[in-house]
Structures are given as structure tokens and as C-alpha cells.
Ligand binder design. Sequence first.
Ligand SMILES: Nc1ncnc2c1ncn2[C@@H]1O[C@H](COP(=O)(O)OP(=O)(O)OP(=O)(O)O)[C@@H](O)[C@H]1O
Ligand SMILES: [Mg+2]
Length: 363
Amino acid sequence: MNKLAGIDIGNDSIKLVLDGSKEPLVIPNIIAPGYERHILQEEDSPWKALDVTIYSPSLTQRNQRYFVGQLALEHEDNMELEDSDNKAVSDQSLIVALTALAYQGLMSYASGAAHGNTDEVEYVLGTGLPVRTYAKFHHQFEQRLVGEHEVTFHSTPQLRNRKIKVTIRKVAVSIEGAAAIFHLATHDSLLVRDEEIYNGCIGVCEIGALTTDFPVIQRMAIDNHFSHGEQIGIATYLDAIIRDIEDAYGYVFQSRAKLVQRIKNRQFTIQLIGEGQVDIRAVVDQHFRRAAARMIEMIRKRWRKYPDIQCFYVIGGGASALKPYIQDAAGALRLRFAEESEFLNMYGYLKVAKSRMSQTANV
Ligand SMILES: Nc1ncnc2c1ncn2[C@@H]1O[C@H](COP(=O)(O)OP(=O)(O)OP(=O)(O)O)[C@@H](O)[C@H]1O
Ligand SMILES: [Mg+2]
């Protein structure tokens, strides 16, 4: 049976939700070359040790082994995406996405459903691309996902040596930020939840890791002329923070994700070799203030270009990070924020997939 799912293939993390489940799966979009590892103590969750070999006709290198997500985070050879990477054609993003789909497929079966040695899971997916890449790449993106792929788990606890065939039957590709608004406007049943958003003219500033999208949505349709995307995200500022801290204190964050973990937990004190400690709060504040000023400047520009916009939503993981700074910098400009900012697209993609299956939405 097909599983319906929404998957947000983010430059920072892949977020996946299956229809009917309330628990999204989040895997950092980070991989490292895999090998037989020495395990001193097994991880307490399979999610922490995704060690896989992937076969996919869409990948340039087939049957390669990778450490994915959390397991790659600590790795010196790990790869995070750069701003020149295009997620529509990125092998890394596909590797993490297929791992997420295989993992969630196995977890949702728990037991049974195995055919011989191979488990199978079939999906119908909703997903999305940034405003700037959508028109040119959405066909290619869809083609890369659709088809049969295979994921084998190695040292992953509970999933040792499990092989799973991941078949993607159909993919509905929509636009980052726009799908989020569709989610805010509708119930799970797809009935209208918020008339103002559903029938209005809504501006969006969706701050991701590497891109910020400014779709304009009018009566749930994307405005071709005024929608816009910028090749800048919060990662630009996180990288600057990492560089400044290294220059000032010789302390190196192994990845952006490590810095974000600390910012989220509000742990601003770092330990230096030789027992010293320093507070990095001021460095973070300085760059986030700069980021917020830039975002406000871009929002003002968009709104001026298109004064019909009734309200502006600031969303995405970057909005969670920058909210207090943006509010500070906004002055009299009224902006809207939403709960669970980084998951809105994912929920929206699931709804778009649902509604395309029943042929109603045009988002
Ligand atoms: N509360 C928070 N504090 C600090 N940083 C955060 C917070 N929440 C999310 N982030 C960071 O914000 C960035 C953007 O997150 P988001 O999940 O929207 O990116 P993405 O969708 O993976 O990227 P993109 O949209 O560019 O593909 C990430 O670097 C993430 O780690
Ligand atoms: Mg995103």
C-alpha cells in the first residue's frame, strides 16, 4: 500500500512526516563516507546511527556507504551543503532523503511486511523547491525521486543488516513558503481554517539555511510576477559566527549544526583548552542583528513593490532563530510569525500531495 508523506528536503535538515502521524522525523542534511566502525557502546536510538549503503539509479555513485545525519555530525570528513549546491540535483540531499524514507518506512511497519530478506515501502510524496529553482528544475527533481531505490542499514541499532526497497510512485512538487501558507490556511481535512489567509494576498519571507524565499500568494495561487527568491539564508551568518569565534579564540565548531545546537539550548559558554571559558553571546547577537536588518530591508522592498500584500509571514527555521532580532528591527512594521516555523513547509507538502491526489489545489 502507498504511504502518503510530506518531505521537506532542506539544505540544513530533511523533515519528513507520514500521513496520519504526528511525529515528524528530522535528519540533519549531512553525510560522511561510511566504514566498519568500532562500537564501544551502541547508540540508544537507530536515528543516532544511520549507517547505510544506497543504491539508486538517480545517484552518480551507486552502492556507496555513508554515515548520515547525527552520525556524520561528529565526523571530520563530513559535508554540509554550500550555497552553490542546488537541492534539486544534489546527490547528498537525495542520500539523506532516501535514508529518511527507508527509516520511517521500517519504523512504521515495526514488524512484518517483509518479503524474504527485503522489506518494501511505497510512497506518494509531496515536496518542494525554492522559488528560484522551481521553474527550471521541478521536473528533474521529480524524476530523480520517482522510481525504485534500495537502502541497506549496517551498524544501525535495531536495523542491523536490514535492506529495504523504497519505491516512490508519485511526487507533487510545490514551492517553499507557499506550501507553508497552504498549511496555515487549511485543516488536515483540507477544509478552510483561516479565511483571511485562504482568500487574501499574503507575503511570505521563508528563511532557510541557504535560501530565503519571498513567494506572494493570492487566493492560494502563487503570483508569478512578484514571487522572488534570494540566495542567502541564516547559514551565511552562522558561518560568519564560526569564523569570528575561531579567529578570536581558536575554538572551531565542527559544523553549523553544532553551533545551532548551542544557540537553541542557549549555551553560550565555550570551553577552551587549558581551562579557560568564554561567552560567545555577543558574537552571535552581532551577526543575528545584521541578519535581521537584512531581512527587514528585503521585506520592506517586497512590500513596496506590491502594496496589495495584506500581511507578511516570517517563517522557516531562520525565523525561529531570528525572531527577537527581527522584532527589534521591525519598528512600526507589523510582521507575523508562526509556531513550529521550520515544519510548516513539510506539513504543507503533505497537504498539497493529498489535494493533488484529489485534484483540487493549485499551490
Ligand atoms: N531556534 C533556533 N535557533 C537557532 N537556529 C535555528 C533555530 N531553529 C532553526 N535554526 C536554524 O535555522 C536554519 C534554517 O532552518 P530550516 O530548517 O528552515 O532550513 P532548511 O529548510 O533545512 O534549509 P533551506 O530552506 O535553505 O533548504 C538552520 O541552520 C537551523 O539549524
Ligand atoms: Mg527550508
